[in-house]
Design a protein. Structure first.
Lengths: 842, 367
């Protein structure tokens, strides 16, 4: 035994630190890759987690110390339920409430108005009432509200100011009696006395929420079942935990998607470490073998290489955690915590630090890098030193990476997983499937590379022939570079296809759901404004109006654990429903004697298991009504699901003649602007009236889409960027490793130009093949994204669309970049005395 | 259990906001009542109708105070009160939740062994049968707090946080109309007045639940029922009031309205003999002379907890059951006052027992 084996510090220096320092540039790139992955992951997590926690807190503080929350649909339930429940044994206090999202003049979004009885609320929701203080007396005036600081800020109002909302057909001026303390609520809320809210919202006798506090010792579940006996259909009681969970569930799929994208970035970062180290180890085979000859054990070598990876990971991850926190802070401050998706837009979120999560991301970063180092370490250590010391061994060693069975097996498993159902509403198996697809493809790469190169038959010109032969002669290194390209290209392609599919599908969908010329809304946003029958008549009678379709927008509760489903009552011809709804799959027309038709959105199909042809019950106006599921339609607008029924049926069952929206088709030869003006004149009494053209609706919808996907785009761009790093690191280090070879080629008479052309071709070929396989894999991954991940996350289908032009441009850029990198690295490698380098090799 | 000054001085947020609410409700604009509030004008009382609620008036209360003893004979004071108040809001609101009337309940136990009051309160808007003050006869309740008259007795049931009272108060004597046939003036301005009668010498029996133990109790109580739209006269900051059930079966009530200097602005009272003869006191005939003051360690307020009362030719000493019977009602009626069990003593002999109320010592009372 030599002194070396007992001197770990020396080994550390020789096997770990020196090589790291020698490859500072590439190592830094790898570390940056890891850092970006960790930073994105940490930022997305911190923002999401803060938002979700804030949301949970908000829900809980609204429920206060309630044990149960009774909720009804938008139409609410009779206030008679309040004293009935208050008198039930076991009840300590009941706080009645009437909530509504009211349109605010000058605002696109609505304001959540909560009408409550402050005395009862104080018994159940202390935090809501804390600090109302002197303003409470003012609340008894008919037109006063208390605002949360978030609402006051959003509206730009202070105590004593007034603002206008729309309720029914009228505009109402409300006065701000005071602000709630900043410590209480972070949502945008306006509190009002329930005695004022009912007449204001024209909901006399109606409540839509009861918060129940039970006597200590009363079992909430037992009480809930007793309660179930007296609650009308469509009204349900849930614990505040279920309430909070319901809110969190709404955004969970979206948040998971972002987290996964961040992990993809981390994964590519890990892969970058892998390709860097794999090549570095290859180049240092002889040094490492020498170390072994000198007495360092196999485990010592493995440890040294792993340590090298871990060190890169640690530096990158530490930087990433720091950047992530910074990024999260900036995003929350500048953009808000909903990451553009609108889930938390009414909440003002403060970033919470989460040391545990940050530690996990730190560990993940290190683990990703160490994992990347594992394969090269094992390969190196497995080779007997005597062989490794010999020249020309470099490629033989790579044989280990090739073996096609594991790769094929992983691909097969991945295919199977794509058909697995979601886990708790989340497409976990879908994500696993994609991960396995990627790993499987990387493992299959050497075989695929050999196969593809085998097909290339070129004798002329010389550089081309040499390039092909070179690649063919080193399938290990070639496939490694290709794998790097494969991973980044496939992720890029798949995400590009998914986003393009979604956007195109949305565009097509909009064209189908917004077929009329003009759309009239009783007010922008909110639910409290409507058109009366008289106004509807006047619309029909306006000159230039050929046809008017009215829409009544309500909600129904089908399951207390889920958010309410939208109920749309509109004019649909049961014999031609496809004219009004973007139906997917087969549809039927209910026969005479069957219950009336209901067309359900894909979400309802997925979440509630409704099938075409079956009879379902919907709670309407406090009664269970039967409907025949007549078809399934695609709906990108309502994530909680939507059910469309004929307006005629709705009118018959509920007697509610009001409408929220109207779609107007112009008579031929009439000018849109003139008809619009005429309509405005006819509807002077609808104070919140909004008229929008089809084009504007589409533009607005697509803008919302782009905002929602802005973060996705950003994450995608980072993944691609890291992938590009990988490609340049791979190709660059390969070229540099072949100094000796260039010397030889120069020796036998090749010009520098010829060698340059050869390298350019090699680079271009490598990336072209990588891109080819990347496109193939990307297409497969996009199938999983579109049909599994998307469907299970958001419950809507989409048609596949590939953004060919974008992909072609990207492919061209990648191939050019590879060729240029190869040439540039070649120049560097050929600098100095290449001929002497030949000697080094022997 | 509330212990020490900090708990009382810093009530929970719920309580605090209730307090503000009540303070605002009761601290309605002082100037003469608006037209929609009924005016107090001399008229004879009519029973049983006047036992019930008078919703046309701004404020009304049913105020029961008394002494209880358990089997061991240890004395306790108790108080059960229901207030009704009308916020100054437009009466045309069609909502069933319109805040036409707010009801407030108070309950307290004065236990010398404890050295301070056990107190709880409720507040709710009238409606839905959950909180009501009935017209026609006494029946007022807030959830499971209830005071009701039927036949020859009242029934009071109170489930407070720290105790539960279930008392039957047997009516032994006819109501005692205060002032002129129940028209009780509170100041020189004739508008400042109330309709007011007392029911003294109520015989109490029932149970008190405390710390999980149910104790049978019995004793004597006094009920005041008073309604008004303009109670506190201009310049008055509070009042001293006392109601004594005399051991011989007689009843003595005396009050005075004080100004900021502590001088009497107005006074009144009545003494009913066991035989039913009523002697009424004009303002100059009533005098409250502080004998001993006690300063609250929580609020720093000083109360004349022991008084010499002169009413006509009757002179008695009022001696508290114990000193600290300060009631922090910021949480319901919006004020802090002293409401305590007292003995009436003359020449070293106990003549009767009752309650002394000292308001406006903390801050001027606005009603």
């Amino acid at each position: 035994m030599t002194a070396l084996s007992r001197t770990p510090a020396l080994v550390l220096r020789a096997a770990v630190l020196e090589p790291l320092l020698a490859n500072a540039g590439r190592v830094a790139l790898s570390a940056i890759g890891i850092a970006l992955g960790v930073a994105l992951g940490a930022a997305v997590h911190l923002i999401n987690d803060s938002a979700a926690k804030e949301f949970g807190l908000a829900v809980r503080s609204l429920a206060g110390e309630a044990n149960l929350v009774v909720r009804g649909p938008r139409t609410g339930f009779s206030e008679e339920l309040y004293p009935r429940i208050a008198r039930m044994p076991g009840v300590q206090a009941v706080s009645p409430a009437l909530e509504a999202a009211v349109p605010v003049k000058g605002k696109e979004e609505s304001l959540e108005l909560v009408g409550l009885d402050p005395f009862r609320a104080a018994q159940v929701q202390p935090s809501l009432m804390a600090g109302i203080g002197g303003a409470l007396g003012d609340l008894f005036a008919r037109d006063t509200v208390l605002l949360t600081p978030a609402a006051a800020e959003w509206l730009g109002l202070k105590q004593g100011d007034t603002f206008t909302i729309f309720a029914g057909t009228e505009a109402r001026v409300l006065r701000v009696a005071g602000l709630l303390p900043a410590s209480g609520y972070r949502q945008r809320l306006a509190l009002m006395d329930i005695g004022s809210a009912q007449p204001l919202l024209e909901r006399l006798g109606i409540l839509n929420r009861l918060d129940i506090r039970l006597h200590p010792g009363t079992d909430p579940e037992g009480f809930r079942s007793a309660l179930a006996g007296i609650l009308p259909p469509g009204v349900d009681a849930a614990t505040p935990e279920v309430e909070a969970e319901r809110g969190a569930a709404l955004s969970r799929a979206y948040r998971l998607n972002l987290n996964m994208l961040a992990l993809v970035a981390l994964f590519t970062g890990g892969f970058l470490v892998f390709s860097t180290l794999a090549l570095a180890v290859l180049r240092r085979r002889r040094e490492l073998a020498l170390l072994r000859v000198l007495g360092v054990t196999r485990d010592g070598i493995i440890l040294a290489v792993l340590l090298e990876g871990a060190l890169i990971g640690a530096v990158g991850a530490a930087l990433g955690v720091f950047l992530g926190q910074l990024l999260a802070g900036i995003v929350v401050r500048e953009l808000g915590a909903d990451l553009g998706a609108g889930y938390f837009s009414t909440l003002s979120v403060h970033l919470r630090s989460d040391p545990v999560a940050l530690a996990i991301f730190l560990a993940l970063g290190i683990a990703a890098a160490a994992l990347g180092a594992l394969v090269p370490a094992a390969t190196t250590a497995a080779t007997p030193p005597a062989i490794a010391l010999r020249a020309g061994d470099q490629d033989r060693a790579q044989g280990r990476l090739s073996g096609s069975t594991p790769g094929a097996a992983l691909m097969a498993i991945a295919a199977g997983l794509a058909f697995a159902p979601p886990v708790g509403d989340m497409p976990l198996f879908g994500y696993l499937s994609i991960a396995l697809l990627l790993v499987g493809a990387v493992l299959l790469m050497p075989r695929a590379a050999a196969l593809a190169l085998g097909l290339l038959q070129t004798r002329h010109p010389l550089p081309a022939w040499l390039a092909v032969e070179q690649l063919r002669g080193r399938p290990g290194q070639t496939s490694l570079s290709m794998a790097a390209i494969l991973v980044s290209v496939s992720l890029m392609v798949s995400m590009a296809i998914m986003v393009a599919s979604f956007r195109q599908s949305l565009d097509d969908w909009l064209a189908r759901v917004v077929p009329a010329d003009l759309y009239l809304r009783s007010a922008s946003g909110g639910e409290s404004a409507y058109f009366t029958s008289k106004q509807q008549e006047r619309m029909r009678a306006t000159p230039g109006v050929r046809e008017v379709g009215f829409l009544r927008n309500q909600t129904v509760w089908l399951d207390a654990r889920r958010a309410p489903v939208s109920l749309l009552a509109r004019d649909v011809d049961p014999s031609r429903p496809e004219r009004a709804l973007p139906l997917v799959g087969t549809w039927i027309r209910p026969e005479a004697g069957q219950p009336p038709p209901a067309w359900i959105s894909e979400t309802v199909q997925d979440l509630y298991g409704f099938r075409v042809g079956e009879t379902v019950h919907l709670p309407l106006a406090g009664q269970q009504r039967s409907f025949t599921v007549a078809g399934v339609w695609r709906d990108y607008a309502r994530q909680n699901g939507a059910i469309c029924i004929e307006r005629e049926t709705y009118l018959r069952l509920t007697g509610d003649p009001l409408a929220n929206d109207a779609a107007i088709w112009l008579a031929p030869g009439h000018d849109r602007a003139r008809v619009e003006a005429a309509l405005r004149e006819q509807l002077r009494d609808a104070e919140g009236l909004e008229i929008v053209g089809t084009g504007r609706i589409r533009a607005l919808s697509l803008a919302v889409f782009d905002r929602t996907f802005a973060v996705t785009y950003a994450l995608e761009a980072v993944a691609v960027l890291i992938g590009l790093f990988g490609i340049s690191v791979g190709i660059g280090s390969q070229v540099l490793a072949r100094r000796g070879e260039f010397g030889m080629l120069r020796h036998v008479g090749m010009t520098r130009g010829q060698i340059g052309a050869m390298l350019a071709l090699e680079g271009a070929l490598t990336s072209a093949l990588g891109i080819l396989f990347g496109f193939l894999l990307g297409w497969i991954v996009s199938l999983v994204l579109v049909h599994v991940i998307n469907r299970q996350s958001f419950h809507w289908s989409m048609d596949m669309h590939a953004p060919w032009l974008l992909l072609a441009v990207l492919a061209a850029v990648l191939i050019t970049a590879s060729a240029v990198t190869a040439v540039a690295s070649g120049r560097q490698a050929m600098g100095g005395d290449v001929v002497r380098a030949v000697r080094e090799d022997w | 259990m509330i212990r020490g000054s900090s708990a009382l001085a810093r009530p929970s947020p719920v309580i605090r906001c209730l307090g503000y609410a009540a303070a605002l409700l009761l601290a309605l604009p002082l100037p003469v009542a608006k037209a929609e509030f009924a005016k107090v004008e001399p008229r004879p009382l009519e029973f049983p109708a006047d036992h019930g609620s008078h919703p046309a008036f701004r404020t009304e209360w049913w105020y029961v105070t008394g002494w209880l003893g358990d089997a061991a004979g240890l004395p306790l004071g108790f108080q059960v009160t229901f207030f009704r108040t009308r916020p100054d809001t437009p009466p045309d609101n069609p909502s069933a939740f319109a805040p036409h009337h707010i009801l407030i309940g108070h309950a307290a136990i004065s236990d010398p062994a404890l050295g301070q009051l056990l107190h709880d309160q409720r507040i709710a808007r009238a409606g839905f049968g959950l909180a009501e003050a009935k017209i026609g006869d006494t029946a007022v309740w807030i959830d499971d707090w209830r005071l009701e008259r039927s036949g020859n007795h009242y029934r009071a049931r109170i489930q407070a946080r720290q105790f539960t009272l279930d008392l039957t108060l047997e009516i032994m004597q006819a109501p005692l109309p205060q002032g002129e046939d129940g028209f009780s003036r509170k100041g020189r301005d004739p508008e400042s007045a109330s309709h007011y009668y007392s029911v003294p010498q109520l015989r109490v029996s029932g149970t008190l639940v405390r710390n999980g133990a149910t104790v049978p109790v019995s004793g004597t109580a006094w009920l005041d029922h008073e309604w008004s739209s303009h109670y506190v006269a201009q310049g008055a900051v509070g009042w001293d009031w006392v109601g004594i059930n005399l051991d011989d079966g007689g009843a003595l009530m005396a009050f005075r309205m004080r100004d900021a200097e502590g001088e009497s602005l107005w006074a009144g009272g009545a003494l009913r003999s066991p035989q039913g003869e009523i002697k009424k006191f004009r303002p100059p005939e009533v005098a409250f002379d502080p004998r001993r003051k006690w300063r609250s360690p929580r609020t720093g307020t000083e109360y004349p907890v022991a008084m010499r009362l002169r009413a006509g030719d009757t002179e008695i000493e009022l001696q508290p059951l114990f000193d600290d019977q300060e009631l922090d009602a910021r949480t319901s009626t919006g004020t802090i006052y002293w409401e305590g069990a007292v003995r009436a003593v003359a020449n070293g002999k106990v003549l009767g027992q009752g309650y002394l109320e000292l308001t406006g010592y903390w801050r001027p009372l606005e009603l």
